[in-house]
Design a protein around this ligand. Structure first.
Ligand code: FAD
Length: 292
């Protein structure tokens, strides 16, 4: 009843913009990205699957890393003690990038939570019948929060499912056993890629938002922080990093991501435009340029 009114005689009045009703629906996706201890504990206490990607990935990695620190397999020499799994470089390469990614999920979740809180504050103080001028600004925040949370829900739940499976394999035969906890965890978590929106569909929604935002940027619109890489009128497509050490500089990492993001969106937008020019419908043009 806040945005869509039903009168006593049953007449339905739709909100000025249908997107206004979506705000509350974003919460589930935000929660699926982040890691919050209380959700983790609640999940354990109620025996229901925990739903947060950062949480569940960290749980899987804790099991796999602890196992790798005690399990020994094969000796380098006949009289030498057997080698701990974690001392094999290839084992480190399997687990440690996933651990780094899990920290990134955790902090990403915090940022998306801020976006969501900001949106809900705006929606809660907005009075549909009074400040109509604020509507366009709120819808902009809504679109950004919806698209960001949709894309990141898909990215992190796919990432977490992959992490659980990699962890399972690093335990060898024990990973398949129910005692490891990982086989059950995989089954419980798999639904995250489907509910609250199928991941592929959410990625397509993000793709549409990025392409239309790129088009708007070319027309002179200035985008908020999440899309700031589109605001540069004279973009540079060459990253300044010249060697590995340069990537210890967070500013250069940010710049590298900006360049990759802009180049990727630009390529997709160009393909989309060409498809439209060649007579494809909007939905067909999207299919041509949105590749997972
Ligand atoms: C355990 C569980 C609990 C759920 N709980 C709830 C709930 O409480 N409330 C609620 O409202 N919903 C709930 N859902 C529903 C859930 O949100 C939907 O199942 C989900 O959004 C996917 O929709 P669908 O099943 O209709 O799949 P479909 O839309 O039929 O998709 C099937 C497949 O086709 C692909 N596909 C579909 N359209 C396209 C397209 N245009 N382009 C390319 N590929 C496409 C999809 O990527 C997917 O792989 C629940 C689902 C499950 C499994």
């Amino acid at each position: 009843m806040r945005y869509t009114k039903v009168s006593r005689s049953g007449v339905v009045t739709s909100p000025p913009l249908s997107q206004l009703s979506y705000g509350a629906l974003i919460q589930g996706r935000v929660q699926m990205i982040e890691g919050k201890l209380q959700y983790h504990i609640r999940g354990l206490l109620t025996n229901s699957p925990c739903i947060d990607s950062a949480n569940i990935a960290s749980k899987a990695l804790t099991i796999a890393i602890r196992y790798a620190l005690v399990r020994r397999q094969f000796s380098a020499a006949p009289s030498a003690p057997e080698t701990k799994l974690m001392d094999y470089v290839i084992h480190q390469h399997r687990l440690l990038p996933l651990l780094a990614q899990t920290f990134a999920f955790y902090f990403t979740g915090k940022e998306v939570r801020k976006l969501y809180t900001n949106l809900m504050n705006k929606l809660n103080t907005y009075k549909p019948d009074e400040n109509k001028a604020d509507l366009a600004a709120i819808v902009e925040v809504l679109k950004e929060t919806h698209s960001t949370s949709a894309g990141l829900k898909a990215f992190t739940t796919w990432g977490c499912l992959h992490t659980i499976e990699q962890c399972r394999q690093t335990l060898g035969g024990h990973g398949y056993s129910k005692y490891s906890g990982l086989s059950v965890m995989y089954n419980d978590f798999a639904v995250q890629c489907t509910w609250e929106g199928d991941n592929t569909i959410l990625m397509l929604q993000l793709g549409r938002y990025l392409i239309s935002s790129y088009r708007e940027a070319l027309e002179g619109k200035t985008h908020p922080a999440g899309l700031a890489y589109m605001n540069n009128r004279n973009p540079v497509y060459a990253c300044k990093a010249m060697n590995r050490e340069d990537f210890a500089d967070p500013d250069l990492i940010q710049q590298a991501y900006d360049i990759v993001s802009l180049a990727t969106v630009k390529d997709a937008a160009t393909e989309h435009k060409t498809a439209l020019k060649n007579g494809k419908r909007e939905d067909q043009a999207m299919e041509v340029c949105c590749k997972l």
